[in-house]
Design a protein around this ligand. Structure first.
Ligand SMILES: Nc1nc2c(ncn2[C@@H]2O[C@H](COP(=O)(O)OP(=O)(O)OP(=O)(O)O)[C@@H](O)[C@H]2O)c(=O)[nH]1
Ligand SMILES: [Mg+2]
Length: 398
């Protein structure tokens, strides 16, 4: 009989690991917070049945106690063991209380419980799912409750509804973000739109990707097709000179070098763009398929003194878009465009909040990742494991 230990950033994450390794019928034995996130101990259903049988036949320690350390009271090590034992017991009590509270809530508000399951299955985080289900107006049935949640989220999503704000007004825009998210492709798609509106002479392209071998070639090719000059800059001084020279252009698009959100160079890049002689509006490209945790980290790293907005790329590849939309909402980012494929310039669309939320509410995540049993849901949404983030409260709930 084997007890497996899993660690996840959140309960949602940890239970995902359990399911991946042990399947949907895995038995959760315990859960507790650890510095890395949440630790869950679990075993296969068959193993769990074996434990019960063993316990019934012989007076052997149960699965839970077998995992506990042997106490050696009176020694410093024994004291440590004792403290850690008490902590484990406290965590276990908290879980049981959360489960009881959850069961009581399910009985009192079956609609809210149903909403929670549906929202989690769509790929929204336990934090947002719990917040929305708790706020659902009492009188609603499940269908109305979900429609209310959809409308609430759509109402909170800030989108660029009139493209003229960018195309007619012009200005300097920089596409920033992690490697491979689609910055160059989006720059080319936007460039084509500008050229279609004002002709090639009103536009200039700059790439800061001057040191990767052949990197600026990609943008140069698009520039050649559109008849637009591409300037390669390698540092802040270069950028200043280029922007000074291009003062007369209606629009300047800067394609930046991709770097991981964990790279310290991100701060340098933000500084370089902020130090330009004219205001540079930064648009953050976010890959719609990335996890909520990753996207939040990306926004945090790239925010600097403020982003003009974001572009959700690779929507065509995403199984669900709820996670990406949730991050846009939480982070109060303005959504400028959607990248919906590789084709330049066709696969760039203006976002419509209600349509996006309809799409998010239609798609259910794969059953193995976000379909929870009632006993698992108690852990997933336990206040102890759902990090209390003031972010949820930025939503306006009618
Ligand atoms: N399916 C899909 N692919 C896309 C989309 N946008 C970009 N791509 C593809 O993603 C790959 C990377 O795109 P790039 O535009 O080079 O990404 P980047 O952010 O400039 O990459 P780096 O400069 O290396 O950081 C290319 O193969 C693109 O064709 C999109 O919306 N959907
Ligand atoms: Mg690029």
């Amino acid at each position: 009989m084997k007890i497996h230990r899993f660690i996840g950033l959140s309960a949602h994450d940890a239970l995902g690991h359990v399911r991946e390794a042990l399947g949907p019928d895995a038995m959760i034995l315990s859960s507790r917070s650890v510095p890395e996130g949440l630790e869950v101990q679990a075993c296969c259903e068959g193993d769990f049945a074996a434990i019960i049988e063993q316990d019934a036949v012989a007076d052997v320690p149960s699965a839970a106690t077998a995992a506990l350390p042997v106490l050696k009271a009176g020694t410093p090590a024994g004291m440590q063991d004792l403290i850690s034992e008490i902590r484990t017991m406290r965590d276990s009590f908290e879980d049981q209380l959360a489960e009881l509270a959850w069961t009581a809530q399910q009985q009192r508000h079956p609609v809210r419980a149903g909403m929670l399951k549906e929202l989690l299955a769509m790929g929204f985080s336990p934090r947002l799912s719990r917040y929305l289900s708790d706020k659902t107006p009492e009188q609603h049935e499940l269908k109305d409750g979900l429609a209310w949640a959809q409308a609430t989220l759509a109402g909170n999503l800030q989108v660029l509804s009139d493209e003229d704000e960018l195309l007619a007004k012009g200005g300097v825009y920089a596409l920033v973000g992690p490697t491979g998210v689609g910055k160059t492709t989006t720059t080319a798609k936007l460039a084509a739109r500008c050229v279609m509106r004002h002709g090639p002479s009103k536009l200039a392209l700059i790439t800061t990707d001057a040191y990767r071998i052949g990197a600026h070639e990609q943008l140069r090719i698009y520039g050649r097709i559109l008849g637009v000059m591409v300037h390669a800059v390698k540092d802040e001084v270069d950028l200043r000179i280029a922007l000074d020279e291009l003062k007369g252009k209606h629009t300047v698009l800067i394609d930046t070098v991709g770097m991981s959100q964990r790279d310290q160079m991100v701060a340098e890049q933000i500084g370089m763009l902020a130090g330009a002689p004219v205001p540079v509006k930064r648009l953050l490209c976010l890959n719609s398929s990335s996890t909520i945790e990753t996207l939040n980290e990306v926004v945090k790293a790239y925010r600097g003194s403020g982003l003009a907005g974001c572009v959700l790329t690779k929507l065509d590849e995403a199984v669900t878009i709820s996670g990406a939309l949730e991050v846009v909402l939480y982070q109060k980012l303005r959504l400028y465009y959607l990248g919906t494929g590789q084709r330049v310039p066709e696969d760039l669309q203006l976002p419509v909040a209600t349509e996006l939320m309809t799409q998010a509410f239609q798609i259910r995540a794969t059953p193995s990742t976000s379909r929870y049993r009632d006993d698992e849901l108690a852990i997933v949404v336990s206040p102890k494991h759902v990090r209390q983030d003031p972010g949820v409260r930025v939503l306006n709930v009618a």
